[in-house]
Design a binder for this molecule. Structure first.
Ligand SMILES: [Cu+2]
Length: 187
């Protein structure tokens, strides 16, 4: 690469401002969409940013001592490594997600149905900003984290919902095995 092109590459300011504005706009749309049916009471505490909301695949957890860490890598071949996770019902895990690619990737937990729908939406609105405690967006070379309590047994999915990635097979499976922690939960 010549020094001329290098010099040019160091000036991304205009582009950045544009994409931030686009994201902010999309964020408003997403919130309206996501919260329309789910927060019927409308009494959201103003101080806390993360509202712990029970989802079919669990609830936001706390990173207390002894929480198991699971490391997952994401790459530009549109794969997660590993792409199969096994968790005990009631277990809180710290998912440390590393982006080993050159592209932006994300890790989003959900049911297959939910992820299918969400991916279709992301394809329609590729710049849509979305942020929930069960997802993390990771820049190239970076690492993100989710702390999640899998308090419901079942088969769930995780995927990268960046436009085109999910469709390219960037998905994984989470199996939450039932019963194992029933005793601990009743204490
Ligand atoms: Cu991706």
């Amino acid at each position: 690469m010549t020094s001329w092109t290098k010099g040019k590459a160091l000036r991304p300011t205009t582009k950045k401002v544009f994409s931030v504005a686009a994201c902010a706009l999309a964020l408003v749309a997403t919130n309206a969409l996501a919260h329309g049916d789910e927060h019927k009471t409308g009494h959201k505490p103003a101080s806390t940013q993360v509202v712990k909301e029970q989802k079919p695949w669990g609830i936001a957890g706390d990173a207390t001592a002894g929480v198991r860490t699971i490391r997952v890598s994401m790459n530009d071949q549109m794969r997660f490594i590993p792409d199969r996770l096994s968790i005990k019902e009631g277990e809180t895990v710290r998912l440390v997600v590393k982006n080993d690619g050159q592209l932006m990737h994300e890790f989003v937990i959900g049911t297959k149905k939910e992820l299918d729908e969400h991916a279709a939406l992301m394809k329609k609105f590729p710049n849509m900003e979305h942020d929930e405690p069960y997802m993390v967006h990771v820049a190239p070379g970076g690492t993100g984290e989710i702390v999640w309590t899998f308090n419901r047994a079942g088969d769930f999915d995780f995927g990268c919902l960046i436009a085109g990635h999910y469709e390219a097979g960037m998905v994984g499976k989470i199996k939450v095995n039932s019963g194992a922690t029933a005793a601990r939960q009743s204490q």
